[in-house]
Design a protein around this ligand. Structure first.
Ligand code: HEM
Length: 406
């Protein structure tokens, strides 16, 4: 069915549903997907994370892996996209809030004639407020880049994503400022939570499965040797680590729900689908289907060792990044960050939970249909919340390899 929808009939399902919320915030949904990888930025931010952990470890303190992973991914995307960090995850936080509102189905999406209810309950107001805040911030960053344009001609200057888009604009007059903002918005929305959440899940599985952790750690330490840092080239040789992350993406697909909309009448394996029908692909039952996977609910990285199944969008039983022409454009970026982060965490430290406590692996995935009665309003929304239910607190056992915190 996934192949039918994402490949055979991809033209019919090429549109993402433009809910009222998405229309309001994505500059009319002009989507372009380009990405350059900021190699130095990643290395610097991972090194900052390792120094933070090292400081905590020297004080014998607990390390909140969830928080570190979120800060790491927000800071990397912010620096690669906008050139520098902006406050305390300002863009990441706003994009996260917007994503939550965008997954809501409003009155006007369900019944056009009830659209006035969205205004009444303040839903539209909230979306507009966050979108305006983001819009002003994007304008500010673009203006800042234009003012310092000369600086960008300096070959040593770190060329960020806005710089690249402004260069494109110089040669393509129909490439507008709105297009630039839409691409940046896409990146923040696409990235929000998915990368950090994959780091959390993979790490939680490693802690829960000490044998897997030991095997992965031995590999990482053997490949890196006695160097003072994990190079990205080293990661190409970490085959077991890659299996661990793959298995984590299978068992815990962060973007579990893929919502599409048909633009024309279609027939999918005998099912008549009329135009403007919303269609939801749910990855969890596909990636845990006992007909497709042996012992599907267990974390077994080895299942991929002699198995060519991959997440590049060609194997329809394993689609954590989607498939077809709409496949996630951030795959290589996300995988490089995830692999580097976990390799570093394993290289520098040994880990265990506080007092050997069992990790709560309950999924915080919720699809709720709620009717909330408030003093001023009442609204009905469906929201998808894909957070891990609990924060991961780890205790560092041994700061096994010397780190200088200077
Ligand atoms: C582990 C991390 C990530 C996961 C699991 C993930 C997953 C996905 C999925 C399932 C889709 C929908 C694909 C489809 O419709 O077939 C998607 C779309 C998208 N992702 Fe990601 N993603 C991740 C990281 C990122 C990152 C780091 C970026 C950007 C820096 C990004 C940018 C996007 C964009 C822009 C789209 C929309 C593509 C379009 O509509 O054409 N993603 N992602």
């Amino acid at each position: 069915m996934v192949r039918e929808i994402k490949v055979t009939h991809d033209i019919a399902f090429a549109n993402r549903p433009q809910t009222t919320a998405v229309k309001l915030s994505l500059y009319g949904c002009s989507i372009l997907s380009i990405w350059r990888v900021g190699h130095n930025v990643r290395e610097e931010e991972i090194s900052i994370m390792i120094q933070k952990i090292s400081q905590l470890s020297s004080m014998g303190a607990l390390v909140n892996v969830s928080e570190l992973a979120t800060t790491l991914t927000n800071d990397i995307v912010c620096r690669c996209a906008l050139g520098r960090k902006h406050g305390n995850s300002h863009f990441g936080d706003l994009a996260g809030k917007l994503l939550k509102l965008q997954t809501a189905i409003t009155f006007s999406d369900r019944f056009a004639w009830l659209g006035w209810m969205d205004n009444l309950i303040g839903f539209m107001g909230r979306i507009k407020k966050i979108s305006r805040e983001l819009d002003i911030s994007y304008d500010h960053v673009i203006d800042e880049h234009l003012i310092h344009e000369n600086k960008h001609d300096d070959p040593d200057y770190n060329k960020d994503f806005i710089y690249i888009l402004l260069q494109i604009q110089k040669h393509h007059t129909n490439f507008t400022r709105e297009n630039i903002k839409a691409i940046i918005m896409d990146m923040f929305i696409g990235e929000t939570e998915s990368t950090s959440s994959t780091i959390e899940w993979a790490f939680a599985e490693l802690v829960k499965n000490p044998n897997v952790m030991r095997k992965a750690q031995e590999e990482v330490r053997r490949v890196v040797g006695k160097k003072d840092k994990v190079d990205e080239e080293d990661i190409h040789q970490m085959h077991y680590l890659k299996l661990v992350i793959k298995e984590s993406l299978r068992l815990h697909p962060d973007v579990a729900i893929n919502v599409l909309e048909s633009s024309m009448v279609t027939n999918i394996r005998g099912f008549h689908v009329s135009a403007n029908t919303r269609l939801v692909i749910n990855n969890c039952p596909i990636q845990r289907d006992p007909k497709q996977w042996e012992r599907p609910d267990e974390f077994i990285p080895e299942r991929f060792s002699c198995n060519p199944v991959d997440f590049k969008g060609k194997d329809y039983k394993f689609i954590p990044f989607g498939a077809g022409r709409e496949i996630c454009p951030g795959i290589s970026f996300a995988m490089t960050v995830i692999e580097s982060a976990i390799a570093n965490l394993l290289y520098w430290f040994d880990w265990k939970t506080l007092d050997g406590e069992e990790l709560d692996m309950t999924e915080g995935f919720r699809v709720t249909v709620t009717m909330k009665n408030r003093t001023t309003s009442c609204y009905c929304c469906i929201s998808f919340d894909l957070n891990l239910s609990s924060t991961l607190y780890m205790y560092i056992l041994v700061d096994s390899l010397k780190i200088t915190c200077s």
